[in-house]
Design a protein around this ligand. Sequence first.
Ligand code: NDP
Length: 290
Amino acid sequence: MTAEIIDGKKLAENIKQEVKAAIEERVRQQLPVPGLATVLVGNNPASRTYVASKIKTTADLGIHSLSYELEENCPQDKLVSLIEELNQNQDIQGILVQLPLPDHLSEDRVMHTISPKKDVDGLHPYNAGLLTRKYSEPLFYPCTPSGIIHMIQSVCPDISGMDAAVIGRSSIVGMPTAMMLSRCNTTPTICHSQTRHLDEVCRESDIVVAAAGSPGLVRGEWIKPGAIVIDVGINHIPDKTSPRGYRLVGDVEFDEAVKRAGAISPVPGGVGPMTIAMLMANTLKAIEYR
Ligand code: NDP
């Protein structure tokens, strides 16, 4: 058996086209278009690439965008003041502060400062808290977990009753993904660096979401035949044959897992494009809270 490949690029393109059409319709009706502010602090090359890609996508879709670049040693108060200003800016509905921040800055304080109504990344503790409450809806679902759920449901719309392994418990990916999987009526097991018998948890799971940042962690033989496997990991592996000097791999041993899984997402071309598409969808939604 060879797994169906979950094409994140194609799914993301569909979502972006829907957002674009909705924005064109707003323009036709002379309604305000949403605005997204991106804030990049420091010189992390990967963060710079991600922000550039987000800015380009906003332009492609007709979303108004403002971008801010702050120096690596930017004081905490300066960043907080900028966010407070953006909270008041009527032309901006979404604020995205690219993570990770330089070590001297508190991500927690920054996340608390963003207005929950402009929290298009879905990481504010208010929205994160609502995600855990059975009868509540967060104002925004976080982008990468939303992309993951969308990808899973693209191959299996009803995952109710399934067992899921989520490898990683970060506030950005692992934990909210587990919460969203629970909302879809699966039974998630949250795994982390101290989990014993990770292989056994995976073997018993109908869905495996790997978000550890550890290349090849999930072995092909751990995959239950027919399972849905979403590989979130983005790992740079030195590769002299590549013009960039590296190649990107995920957390799953793809070549082996593809022979056992029912459906699997690749790296690159899987979760990455979905994260940006979901950010655009959240920015469109943010106009409702204007
Ligand atoms: P973090 O480093 O914040 O979290 C990693 C998690 O994985 C931790 O909970 C850690 O456990 C767990 N972990 C690490 N090693 C192991 C192991 N050997 N076995 C089991 N669990 C392990 O990373 P993020 O959540 O931010 O990101 C995870 C990966 O996803 C990264 O590769 C990142 O680049 C990628 N990513 C991709 C995105 C996309 O759009 N495609 C978006 C965001 C992230 P513990 O808590 O015990 O330390």
